[in-house]
Ligand binder design. Structure first.
Ligand code: NAD
Length: 275
């Protein structure tokens, strides 16, 4: 409890955030820009895609609004390409059973064992069970077993597809995390940021960081002054930013005043001078 989850997440470099929890990645994801997607939602999309489950125009009911599962999957499924009409339910939702009954696709991510029962599911619906709850069991050697949020035995005969627990969304989450790690190693998400390694300041430059934003210009990171419009010593150069602003990144553009010129090597466009 004494550790601030938000502070820890914000301390992560978005370029290495393979969990996809940093606000830069969630913001990019919501804007439909390349980003590390959170592993569980990405795993669910992979499953829906693999089994060619029709999503366009379908009503998807998501139960649970956590930042790591409910909220991102609700957002992703509403985006172009998936085209679902999404209802996001949570602990304060009224008539939950009725809302869930309207779902062509039901994603249960609330962490309550066997919460979703057969009477809450529309015949033929697709059910994705994210929940994992460990409960005591005298049938297993370990003394416990895992249960999902869906009462599998009674819901399975009623729906067209259902994911088991364990062995459903869980392994997909692991795969997605590995996929993100591979993408990070290959620098696939932040292509040009990755080029930061190839980018060098010839000399230290004192730059005025304009407060405006322009598409496609280079960004100089970690200037001493983080204030837009302030002055700072550029230590390293990084990427052109196409998306939302990240506070420590200050945008540099035309009309910039530099005491010495800064040469930025962009593998795509060759060498250009930003100074
Ligand atoms: P969380 O506790 O952060 O969020 C639970 C959400 O469920 C909350 O938004 C809450 O509003 C909602 N909720 C709680 N009780 C409810 C109720 N009675 N009716 C409607 N909504 C209710 O949970 P989380 O981190 O999203 O995880 C949810 C479950 O998924 C947990 O069991 C967790 O172990 C599991 N999980 C599994 C994977 C996987 O890889 N399979 C990954 C992440 C989480």
């Amino acid at each position: 409890k004494h550790i601030s989850e938000q502070k820890v997440i914000e301390a992560i470099d978005p370029r290495k955030d393979v969990d996809g929890f940093h606000p830069v990645n969630t913001g990019r994801m919501i804007s439909g820009l390349p980003a590390y997607l959170p592993a569980t939602p990405d795993g669910i999309l992979e499953l829906l895609g693999y089994y060619r489950i029709e999503t366009a125009g379908k009503h998807c009911v998501v139960i649970g609004r956590s930042n790591i599962v409910g909220r991102p999957i609700a957002n992703l499924l509403s985006q172009k390409g998936w085209d679902c009409t999404v209802t996001l339910c949570h602990s304060r939702t009224k008539n939950l059973a009725e809302v869930v009954r309207g779902g062509d696709i039901v994603i249960a991510a609330l962490g309550k064992a066997e919460f979703v029962t057969a009477d809450m599911i529309k015949p033929g619906a697709v059910v994705v069970d994210v929940g994992i709850t460990r409960v005591p069991s005298d049938r297993t050697k370990s003394g416990w077993k895992l249960l999902g949020d869906v009462k599998f035995d009674e819901v399975a005969p009623k729906c067209s597809y259902i994911t088991p627990v364990p062995g459903g969304v869980g392994p997909m989450t692991i795969i997605s995390l590995m996929k993100n790690t591979l993408k990070a190693a290959r620098r696939e998400v932040y292509k040009l940021i990755a080029a930061a390694g190839a980018v060098r300041c010839r000399r230290r430059a004192i730059v005025k960081i304009p407060s405006g934003f322009r598409r496609g210009f280079f960004v100089f990171r970690r200037a001493f002054s983080r204030k837009p419009g302030g002055r700072g010593v550029v230590r390293s150069c990084s990427q052109p930013i196409r998306s939302a602003r990240c506070f420590p990144f200050c945008r540099i553009g035309r009309g910039i005043s530099t005491r010495s010129s800064v040469r930025v090597r962009n593998p795509r466009r060759g060498i250009r001078s930003a100074g």
